[in-house]
Write a protein that binds this ligand. Structure first.
Ligand code: SF4
Ligand code: SF4
Length: 380
């Protein structure tokens, strides 16, 4: 039996007519897609951990496409925080403002161990699409069709894919095949030579050959009914950790004085008390040296998880963003504003400032370096 692909459409926070129209057109188009189940939830980021929306998403165990008004990275790691995990699927529908340089910059530039390498993932793939990428539904429907073909063509007989997640080399070979027996070409298109006798079925689905069986001469699809989940969730504000970047350095837990961060049983950083975070404040995202902390609703795309906020933007904005001295000063100011807002004393540079800044370079020390050295000497 062919696998089902679930497409989750996460609605925007506001009832903006243009946004609602796009969401509705996508849902309407998907209802005629054979092998696709559609679930509609309120804004993903606002869903509470034990609310009906998140419980519904946690019940989806197969491959999943999540279409939301969040940047792809923000959506993927918001799901992860709520136990909805899988391999991150590569998407082709990217924001047109992302040029090739941005994509190239998306690669991590250091070989530091990342938390993701130590985590077990279930045997499924999650693709996240950003509704901001296009103004009309057609490109999203085409991308879902491409992903559906990819999901249907997943090998079911490769050792290591049964009872456990495929490893990175298996998925890499599947998504970027170097031979003609993979069933899918480098563009995610079905490869005709993979089917017996070198053929592809009339509806473009590869015949068996180790892949999901193809349906031939199927009758036209009748529309299915979307599963609509309602949840009266208010707007939330909390950090989301990108574990593909996080090195578990703990600078965020040292910096945050509101008890947002914690660690799990194996001492991995996590956002333990998300709703303790101060609304509108992104301070710790500026402190994280890996740009691993995302505030999905922040107005600055780099902080909200845009691709430009990854390593590419690091090169451009290092002096202003993420872990650099200017960013630290700004983060300290933002933290002090929040401390005083709740009647606590401002602490300035006196608490939770990363020591790495003091020995980051061997050049002449500036005033901030000297201040950091002084603070380090106090061993606070
Ligand atoms: S500061 Fe960043 S890299 Fe370090 S533990 Fe926190 S999220 Fe991870
Ligand atoms: S933004 Fe401020 S309150 Fe929120 S987690 Fe970061 S440091 Fe803590």
């Amino acid at each position: 039996m062919a696998r089902k692909l679930t497409v989750v459409v996460s609605q925007g926070q506001s009832a903006n007519p243009a946004k609602r129209k796009l969401e509705e057109e996508i849902v309407a188009g998907l209802l005629f897609e054979r092998g696709v189940e559609v679930t509609v939830v309120p804004h993903l980021y606002d869903l509470t951990p034990d609310g009906t929306g998140m419980l519904c998403l946690q019940g989806i165990t197969g491959d999943m496409v999540v279409v939301s008004w969040l940047f792809e990275r923000a959506a993927f790691w918001t799901l992860d925080r709520n136990g909805i995990r899988g391999r991150e699927g590569k998407i082709e529908l990217v924001n047109e403002t992302e040029d090739e340089d941005d994509e190239a910059g998306d690669e991590l530039t250091s070989d530091k161990p990342r938390v993701i390498a130590s985590r077990e993932l279930p045997n499924r793939t999650i693709w996240c699409l950003d509704l901001k990428a296009r103004p009309d539904a057609a490109p999203f429907l085409e991308e879902v069709q491409r992903i559906k073909r990819l999901a249907e063509a997943k090998p079911v007989s490769i050792l290591g894919w049964i009872g456990g997640a495929p490893n990175s080399s298996q998925m890499e070979r599947f998504e970027n095949p170097t031979n003609t027996t993979s069933g899918v070409d480098a563009n995610g298109k079905l490869n005709g030579s993979a089917a017996p006798n070198g053929s592809v079925t009339p509806n473009g689905v590869a015949a068996t050959n180790g892949f999901a069986p193809a349906a031939v001469d199927e009758p036209p699809a009748t529309p299915s009914v979307p599963h609509v989940v309602t949840e009266d969730a208010g707007r939330r504000w909390y950090p989301v950790i990108d574990y593909a970047r996080c090195t578990n350095c703990m600078e965020c837990i040292d910096f945050c004085l509101f008890g947002v961060y914690g660690v799990d049983k194996v001492d991995t950083i996590l956002v333990e008390q998300p709703d303790n975070c101060r609304k509108g404040c992104p301070a710790c995202s500026r402190v994280c040296p890996e740009n691993a902390i995302i505030f999905p609703q922040h107005k600055t795309p780099a902080i909200a998880g845009s691709p430009e906020g990854s390593a590419g933007a690091f090169k451009i904005d290092l002096s202003k963003l993420f872990g650099a001295p200017d960013a630290l000063e700004q983060a300290v100011l933002e933290r002090d504003v929040e401390l005083t807002a709740v009647g606590r004393d401002a602490v300035g540079m006196g608490v939770g400032i990363p020591k790495r800044q003091a020995d980051k370079h061997d050049g002449p020390k500036d005033d901030l370096d000297k201040l950091m050295d002084g603070l380090d000497a106090l061993d606070l």
